[in-house]
Design a protein around this ligand. Structure first.
Ligand code: FMN
Length: 97
């Protein structure tokens, strides 16, 4: 099916009707500054070997730091941490302030 058949707003509402857990993926950039963004693309892949999947937008400000980092953390948010997910989804200068 061709993409231009879809009404973008209707598609956005359809995607938004499917609730998934929200995580905040964090790491350090080469200058040791913390970086992080809200993500719901987190998926468990395998126990042995231990593997997970996160899709990072190539256009994201943190893409270079995230893909260069040797370590990262998956912060699984509780339902009381909506404020955290909003902070880490917005283009704030310092999401850790
Ligand atoms: C509920 C939710 C889930 C998101 N999931 C992802 C995701 O899986 N991958 C991703 O790259 N961005 C995701 N985003 C967008 C990022 O949180 C963030 O807005 C984006 O990286 C833009 O950041 P920037 O302004 O620093 O470039 C999600 C946003 C929201 C609100």
């Amino acid at each position: 099916m061709k993409a231009d058949v879809f009404d973008p707003r209707a598609l956005r509402e359809a995607f938004g009707a499917f609730p998934t857990a929200v995580t905040v993926i964090t790491a350090s950039d080469p200058a040791d500054r913390p970086v992080g963004f809200a993500a719901n693309s987190f998926t468990s892949v395998s126990l042995d070997p231990p593997l997970l999947l996160v899709c990072v937008a190539k256009t994201a400000r943190d893409y270079p730091a995230m893909t260069a980092a040797e370590h990262f953390a998956i912060n699984i948010l509780s339902e009381t941490q909506k404020d955290v997910s909003i902070k880490f989804a917005r283009p704030l200068e310092d999401r850790f302030a």
